[in-house]
Design a protein around this ligand. Structure first.
Ligand code: NAD
Length: 367
């Protein structure tokens, strides 16, 4: 009973075991009201199966909200592979995993997440067609961080509009934390627009690349060391590295008026949404801002169309504007308003249908 109590808000949890390849996996389907579940496959050497399950449950639920916010026809799911991505991967392991995904007949679509990469799913794809984010040579849309970065720029513009009734980037300063796949693209775009960019990354090559790029633009760039980025005299903080960075220690240091970036789970705890509002900082909820990549992989399933992805990603601006208005009108924090926005979308759809069923399974022949 204890196990069912723990998954009572979830449609389905599947444990997958294949000793030959060493596969130990958990597939979590949180909610398929909006469509089949969609969520990446994370590979990590979890200490216990309990830790792996806990992560899967948390992440699958997050995907339900993210899909609702992005207005894609998918529900929330996630897969967890228990193992060390550096030593435990093999083509057979991903083929075995692909068979388990196939056994769900389209109730769950998956692709890369932490610890897995598109090439791993080329193996899984030999067993199942329910894979997204494949390399372009296998029919995928390619690097989804391009769309994520576009979405972050729209998120930043929505924050600027709300705060200054003006979306102009050139007269504003941005503190960018993390110059990886997303952060570097965002910082370059800001510099191209003539903005001032303060940025940090422990990877010196990324910082040097941005410094050289700044020289070719009309923007201004200064490098910051580590945590000093929280003290930068910027208008907007753009977190594009790790989660948990909006917390008791950092919020009091921030000198910005707004936060909009791609990092997942930026609030260390829910209460930090309120702390930001009390500090007079407008927070653009992370899972709304960083939905561009999700929009891209979900769109693959309708057949590739880059223009449609751009159009849908642009809607992040309107969604955020709606959320900011609701937050002010209802006296909520912006992350509370974002959750209300998603739950409303889910309720509207659940009035029509409940959970997603794939095409009919093959008929068993009676012997
Ligand atoms: P990435 O691994 O390419 O880049 C992260 C960068 O942050 C790296 O260059 C790393 O050196 C740097 N970094 C790590 N800790 C740091 C710290 N404390 N201070 C400064 N820099 C630090 O990852 P990414 O794909 O660019 O994603 C960035 C964030 O956005 C992650 O939180 C990710 O979960 C989230 N996100 C990414 C996508 C996507 O499409 N790639 C989509 C949604 C959300």
């Amino acid at each position: 009973m204890l196990a069912f109590e723990r998954i009572k808000d979830y449609e389905q949890v599947m444990f997958c075991n294949e000793p030959e390849s060493g596969l130990k996996a958990i597939i979590v389907i949180h909610d398929t009201t909006l469509g089949p579940a969609l969520g990446g496959t994370r590979m990590q050497p979890y200490r216990t199966v309990d830790d792996a399950l806990e992560d899967g449950l948390r992440l699958a639920k997050g995907m339900t909200y993210k899909c609702a916010a992005a207005d894609v026809d998918f529900g929330g799911g996630k897969a967890i592979l228990i193992g060390d991505p550096l030593t435990d991967k093999s083509p057979d392991l991903f083929r075995a995993f692909g068979q388990f995904v196939q056994s769900l007949h389209g109730r769950f679509y998956t692709g890369t997440d932490m610890g897995t990469n598109p090439e791993d799913f080329v193996h899984a794809h030999r067993e199942t067609r329910f894979i997204v984010g494949l390399p372009e040579t296998y029919g995928g849309h390619g690097d989804s961080s391009v769309s994520t970065a576009h979405g972050v720029i729209y998120g930043i513009k929505a924050v600027l509009k709300r705060l200054w009734n003006d979306e102009e980037l050139s007269d504003k300063a941005f503190a960018v934390q993390g110059l990886g796949k997303v952060g570097l693209k965002v910082a370059k775009r800001l510099l191209e627009a003539g903005a001032t960019v303060y940025a940090t990354d422990m990877n010196g090559n990324a910082v040097n690349e941005l410094a050289a790029y700044a020289e070719t633009t009309r923007g201004h760039f200064s490098a910051y060391e580590g945590d000093a980025i929280y003290d930068a005299p910027a208008d907007i903080f753009v977190p594009c590295a790790i989660g948990g960075i909006l917390n008791d220690r950092t919020i009091e240091r921030l000198r910005v008026k707004g936060v909009a970036g791609s990092a997942n789970n930026q609030l260390a705890e829910d209460r930090h949404g309120k702390a930001l509002a009390e500090a007079g900082i407008l927070y653009a909820p992370d899972y709304i801002v960083n939905a561009g990549g999700l929009i891209q992989v979900a769109d693959e399933l309708y057949g590739p169309n880059k223009e449609r992805v751009v159009q849908k990603t642009r809607r992040i601006y309107e969604t955020l504007s709606d959320i900011f208005e609701t937050a002010e009108r209802e006296g909520m924090t912006t992350d509370e308003a974002a959750n209300v926005f998603c739950e409303k979308r889910l309720r509207a759809q659940s009035a029509r249908s409940r959970f997603f069923l794939p095409e009919k399974p093959p008929k068993w022949r009676l012997r």
